[in-house]
Design a protein around this ligand. Sequence first.
Ligand code: SAM
Length: 306
Amino acid sequence: MLDQYNRNIHYMRLSITDRCNYRCSYCKSFTPLEHKDILSYEEILKICTCAISLGIDTFKVTGGEPCARLDYLSFIQRLKSLEGCKKVTITTNGYLLEKEDLDTLKKVDIDGINVSIDTLDSEHYRLLTQVDGIEKVISNVLYAKKIGLYIKINCVLLDELSESEILDLIHFGKRHDIPVRFIELMPMKDNKRAHRTKKDVLQLLSNVQKEEKEYGNGPACYYRSDQGLVGFIEPIHGKFCDSCNRIRLTSTGFLKACLFHKDGKNIRKYIDQNLEEVMREVIYHKPQAHDFEKRMVGMSMSEIGG
Ligand code: SAM
């Protein structure tokens, strides 16, 4: 449906858990919620069915770490089979996946998997995430690619990444034909810190040409270069609020119209009455733009659902 600024809102990010097996330095941990506070899969599916009736046809399953929640695979299968649901993707750190889970994701015809990898350097990866996991994650990425799943890698452009770590990721992407996207760090929950930008990455590349083709639901812009295909998502330096097409559902049922603003409503208690009206209201009043340039958000990405 169209919001008050005429943007077509058709993409919903679903956080199915606030819990994560990683403790990334920039995505602060917090006290996990109790199970009773988290929406059941039935509740999420009812919300998704209503969202579809309002024109939402694309869903991203996220968290926390979505693969940390029991039965997430059958949830994805049920979501995929909702009438009117066109596309379901997942974003994961890739560590909890087993090969048979990837086989199942292939079987249920998931439309894509974004794997978050900030560095391929095993020691740096361990320091950053508190998990000694890069080998397992890479092996999962390569297996997923082998069985024909559509994979993308997302890397947050932290200041502490060296030029060679950035280039290693780009070369890895080129070698295995996997798009790599660099994401600008957003100032959330005490993590205001220096970070790198698109310009820093582009200057490491030669023969850079802007790519016209789009690869996904969102705001990434891509460049081809001798080193490989590289995407960028720049919420601040390349602000894309004018074309933002998304809303978010937190694991507790808060329908959040913008990552930055507090606007929205906890829709859990409306699931069995007036849901459509309440969702319509929240979507219609989606704020015009974020204000990350001026201040930060008091919640971490894993609380909101990144
Ligand atoms: N655990 C899953 C994963 O690793 O993809 C899903 C949730 S995680 C919060 C989603 C993405 O948000 C990850 O790629 C993570 O790096 C990114 N992220 C977390 N905090 C961020 C921030 N402040 N700015 C930009 N991206 C952030």
